[in-house]
Design a protein around this ligand. Structure first.
Ligand SMILES: *Cc1c(COP(=O)(O)O)cnc(C)c1O
Length: 420
C-alpha cells in the first residue's frame, strides 16, 4: 500500500497535491511519502519478528535510496543499514544509524574502506572472496582489532528476474562458491584479525517468486550445519534483500512480506542463528514517484511521442533493466491515449515505454512515473549536461525539499585544468 491517491481529481502524495510541489520546485522532481516508508519498514519488521535467535536486524540497503533524510526517517523507524561503500557507511552514520546496526557488503571493498568502517564500528563485514578475507584480517590486525565477518555464499540459484539484477548464479561476480565455503571458513578462522560468525546470501533484486529465495536459504542451512560440524562458530545468518514490489496491473505480483516471513520461519526453524535482512526496494520503491511535465507531443509513425522533461539520466531503470513504470496523469481527464513516452536525451535508449495506453495528456501537463523511490534518484547523472532532479519528502500535509536541483552550471564548475 502507498499514499499516492486522487483527491478532488488531482494526484496527491499524502495530503499534498503534486501540482503544489511542481509549481514550487519545478520538474523533474522525485517525491517520497514518509508514511509509505514508515509503513513498509513496519510491515517488514513485523513479518520477520521473532524469527531466528534473538531479534532480527532489518538493515535497509542504502543504495536503493541514500538521501540523508530518507535514511534518517528509516533509522527512526527502527532499520539498520546495509552499505556497499564507505560513502554509504558515512551517510548511514550521519543519519544517526548506530554502528552495531550496519553491515558492509560489496565485492570490491578497498583496504582503506575496511579500515575506516572497522575503526568507526559496524555489525559485520559481508566478505565476498578469500582474498578479501585475508586483506580484512591484515587491516584489522594493523589496528589491533578483530573484524566481525561472514562470507557471502553464491548458491548458484537463478533468481528468475532480469539478468542485470541477478547476483546468485555461478556466472555472477558475487560471493564465494558454496563448494569452497568449508575450506574458506577453515582458513578464515585461523586468521588473526577475523571473528568469523556470519554467513550471508543475496541472489538478486525484484524477485517475484519465493522459490529461488527458499532454494538459496536451504543451501545456507546446509552450510551452517557443515560449518558447525567442522568447528566454525556460526551465529548470524544474513538472508539479504531482493523481494520484489508490485508495479501495478498486468505486472507480476510478488509475494508479500508476510508470505516471505512465513517461508523464512519454516526454512530457518532449526538454525539457532540470529537473522539479518537487507531489503531495499521493498522499503522505498513504492514510496516514491518521479514527477515530470510534458514538454511537447510530436506525431509518430505508430503512436505519438510524449516528450517529457525527465530523461534516462533522471530515471535509468527502463534503459538499464527494461524496467516497467506505471505512468499516470496528475490530473486525469478520464480519457485515454496510446503513446510512446520518451525523454529529451539524445539516445534511443531514452525511452520509458512504447505504445502504452495511458491517461490522455497534453503539452504542459504533469505526469508521474510510479514506483520510482528505489534505484531512481540515486542512479541519476548529468548526461547531456542536464540538471540532477530535485527530491521532496512529504509527511502528512507538509513537504520539504530534501535535495535541491543540481544545476548543470554547478557540474560544469568542477571541470578544471591542472597540467603536470
Ligand atoms: C542491492 C542489495 C540489496 C537490496 O536489494 P533489494 O532488491 O533492493 O532488496 C541487499 N543486499 C545486497 C548485498 C545488495 O547488493
Amino acid at each position: 500500500m502507498d499514499h499516492f491517491q486522487l483527491i478532488d481529481g488531482a494526484l496527491h502524495c499524502e495530503g499534498v497535491p503534486l501540482e503544489t510541489i511542481a509549481d514550487a520546485v519545478g520538474t523533474p522532481t522525485y517525491v517520497y511519502s514518509a508514511a509509505t516508508m514508515d509503513r513498509h519498514a513496519a510491515v517488514m519488521q513485523a513479518a520477520v519478528a521473532g524469527a531466528g535467535a534473538g531479534e532480527p536486524l532489518v538493515a535497509y540497503a542504502v543504495k536503493a535510496n541514500p538521501n540523508a533524510h530518507v535514511l534518517a526517517r528509516l533509522g527512526a523507524a527502527g532499520l539498520g543499514a546495509d552499505v556497499v561503500s564507505i560513502g554509504e557507511y558515512r551517510r548511514a552514520r550521519a543519519a544517526g544509524i548506530a554502528p552495531d546496526r550496519i553491515v558492509f557488503s560489496g565485492v570490491g571493498k578497498t583496504a582503506g574502506e575496511m579500515a575506516e568502517a572497522l575503526s568507526g564500528g559496524l555489525f559485520q563485514f559481508n566478505v565476498e572472496s578469500m582474498e578479501e578475507a585475508r586483506t580484512l584480517s591484515a587491516v584489522a590486525a594493523a589496528q589491533g582489532r578483530v573484524a566481525p565477518m561472514g562470507f557471502r555464499i553464491n548458491p548458484d540459484v537463478s533468481a528468475g528476474t532480469h539478468a542485470k539484477i541477478t547476483t546468485g548464479t555461478a556466472d555472477n561476480k558475487f560471493g564465494v562458491p558454496a563448494a569452497d565455503a568449508t575450506a574458506f571458513y577453515a582458513e578464515a578462522a585461523g586468521l588473526p584479525g577475523l571473528a568469523v560468525h556470519g554467513i550471508t546470501v543475496h541472489i538478486g533484486s525484484q524477485l517475484t517468486s519465493l522459490a529461488p529465495l527458499e532454494a538459496a536459504f536451504e543451501r545456507v542451512g546446509e552450510l551452517i550445519a557443515a560449518l558447525r560440524a567442522q568447528g566454525n562458530d556460526i551465529r548470524i545468518a544474513d538472508l539479504g534483500g531482493g523481494l520484489g514490489v508490485p508495479h501495478g496491473p498486468g505486472q507480476p505480483e510478488p509475494p508479500g512480506p508476510e508470505a516471505y516471513g512465513e517461508m523464512v520461519r519454516r526454512v530457518t526453524a532449526g538454525w539457532n542463528a540470529r537473522l539479518l535482512f537487507e531489503p531495499g526496494r521493498l522499503i522505498v520503491g513504492n514510496a516514491g514517484v518521479l514527477l515530470t511535465r510534458v514538454v511537447r507531443v510530436k506525431p509518430g509513425a505508430r503512436s505519438p511521442w510524449l516528450i517529457v522533461d525527465a530523461g534516462m539520466n533522471d530515471l535509468m531503470r527502463p534503459a538499464l533493466y527494461d524496467a516497467y513504470h506505471r505512468i499516470e496523469a496528475v490530473r486525469p481527464s478520464g480519457m485515454n491515449q496510446v503513446v510512446n513516452v520518451v525523454g529529451p536525451v539524445c539516445e534511443t535508449g531514452d525511452t520509458f515505454t512504447m505504445n502504452r495506453e495511458m491517461d490522455r495528456v497534453e503539452e504542459g501537463d504533469l505526469i508521474v512515473f510510479r514506483t520510482a523511490g528505489a534505484y531512481g534518484a540515486t542512479l541519476s547523472n548529468g548526461y547531456n549536461s542536464r540538471p540532477l532532479a530535485a527530491e521532496v519528502l512529504v509527511d502528512g500535509d507538509k513537504w520539504a525539499l530534501i535535495r535541491r536541483r543540481i544545476d548543470p552550471d554547478a557540474l560544469a564548475g568542477v571541470d578544471e585544468v591542472a597540467w603536470r
